[in-house]
Design a protein around this ligand. Structure first.
Ligand code: AMP
Length: 280
């Protein structure tokens, strides 16, 4: 496995491997602090493509809170080991200057509800940063396929929309959400939680699971989501930001549960922002 730290080095790698590995590239964009959720994306890409480029880049423009950006875990040495074991060919770990030049800034993009509801509403500017960096990384990496986790369900919808417009030749592959043995969605941010925080955070996935069980038994989805909201709101130490039903393609807000494919949720525990979702 090769580590490349600039787009210039990446371009040279492409030229050197133009008749081989670089012909059919799978791309896994990440912000590092890799865990087995990332690992499954890399493994899938390595099964489906000749080579896998994993980017490790803590993208400054997608953080709407400076403290979150500064405290985001950075573990490049460990990331390289995990990426290699999972089948990566290249780890691409550029600097912000290399990606953005001197103007570390993201253009405002409005795709309607998919960029303005839920995550878009809770984190102003977040999807501008995501769109900007994924667009730039797609130009640099030139993949045939790009792999994203459905843990960030709305991000998948946003990237699909951006890619349809700007990179129609790249296939976006949405991968399963990976959880720990207690149901907690794996996240790089979990490393910042105490054991008490982890126990509290587990209520997020257990309430999602309970919601789906109630729906399967015949309760209206909207009612079931309301019950989960009530249960999460009464938990001391967990601040619920939102919980709601969505169509995973449009993310249009609607109170009727016709057309909902998923329940999405965001909450803070010990100052750490966590998101999760479940298929209905
Ligand atoms: P991040 O490093 O958090 O930006 O995530 C990089 C990619 O890994 C994104 O496509 C995420 O959706 C995906 N990912 C992160 N956590 C998980 C998980 N628990 N299960 C599946 N994919 C994940």
């Amino acid at each position: 496995m090769t580590i490349l730290k600039t787009t210039k080095e990446l371009n040279s790698w492409f030229i050197e491997n133009s008749n081989g590995l670089a012909k059919n590239v799978g791309f896994v964009p990440t912000m590092g602090a890799l865990h087995s959720g990332h690992g499954t994306l890399i493994e899938r890409a390595s099964k489906e493509c000749d080579s896998v480029v994993v980017s490790v880049f803590v993208n400054p423009t997608q953080f709407n809170e400076t403290t979150d950006f500064q405290s985001y875990p950075r573990t490049l040495e460990g990331d390289m080991l995990l990426a290699k074991d999972a089948g990566a060919t290249v780890v691409f770990a550029p600097s912000p200057e290399d990606i953005y030049g001197l103007n570390v800034h993201a253009e405002r993009v409005d795709y309607g509800p998919v960029t303005s509801t839920f995550e878009g509403r809770s984190r102003p500017g977040h999807f501008d940063g995501v769109i900007s960096v994924v667009d730039k990384l797609f130009v640099a990496v030139k993949p045939q396929k790009a792999y994203f986790g459905s843990k960030d369900l709305q991000q998948v919808a946003v990237v699909e929309r951006m890619s349809r417009e700007r990179h129609p030749q790249i296939q976006i592959v949405s991968c399963d959400l990976i959880r720990d043995e207690n149901g907690l969605a794996l996240s790089s941010r979990n490393a910042r939680l105490s054991s008490h925080g982890i126990a509290l955070a587990q209520h997020i996935s257990s309430e999602l699971q309970a919601s789906v069980s109630r729906v399967k038994k015949g309760l209206e989805t909207a009612k079931s989501v309301e019950m989960a909201q009530y249960n999460l709101e009464k938990l001391g130490g967990l601040d619920l930001e939102y919980i709601g039903g969505v169509d995973k393609k449009t993310f249009a807000k609607s109170s009727a549960d016709r057309g909902w494919t998923h329940i999405v949720v965001a909450a803070r525990v010990e100052g750490v922002r966590l998101i999760d979702n479940i298929e209905l």
